[in-house]
Design a protein around this ligand. Structure first.
Ligand code: FES
Length: 139
């Protein structure tokens, strides 16, 4: 293992143990919940949009789960403010893998993308492009 990936592992553990933006927002523009049915881990995101109704201003999340899913939520919460909903909807799994900075085994991909998927679904539901109660990693 290279020193580089060791550093990223430390960063993942740090976000897992000290999640950033953990909690709830007062009167978020939208909230969305999702889970990974294979393990039961879940995350819920609150998002507040700026006055333009498309730029993310604030994000908070709460959840329970493995180090990868929770660290990925924490890291994502730091990167979302300033992005538009359209930019968020264009993100893909490679963006999450780059963000985490480690090789993710096929087994753990669902852990890694859960947060991103929830925020994307939340954005699409808010914009009326999708009708969904809860995000799961299965679809
Ligand atoms: Fe459940 Fe990672 S083991 S999301």
């Amino acid at each position: 293992m290279s020193m580089g990936s060791d550093m990223y592992r430390q960063q993942i553990l740090d976000h897992y143990k000290n999640p950033r933006n953990y909690g709830e927002l007062d009167e978020p523009t939208f909230s969305h919940l999702g889970h990974n049915p294979s393990c039961g881990d879940e995350l819920e995101f609150d998002v507040t949009l700026a006055d333009d109704d498309e730029t993310i201003e604030r994000v908070a999340f709460r959840g329970d789960g493995c180090a990868i899913s929770q660290a990925s939520a924490s890291m994502l919460s730091e990167r979302l403010p300033g992005k538009t909903l359209a930019e968020v909807e264009e993100m893909d799994r490679d963006d999450v893998i780059d963000m985490l900075g480690v090789d993710i085994s096929p087994m753990r991909i669902k852990c890694a993308v859960l947060a991103e998927k929830i925020v994307q679904d939340g954005a699409e539901i808010y914009e009326g492009e999708k009708d969904l109660d809860q995000t799961t990693t299965e679809d």
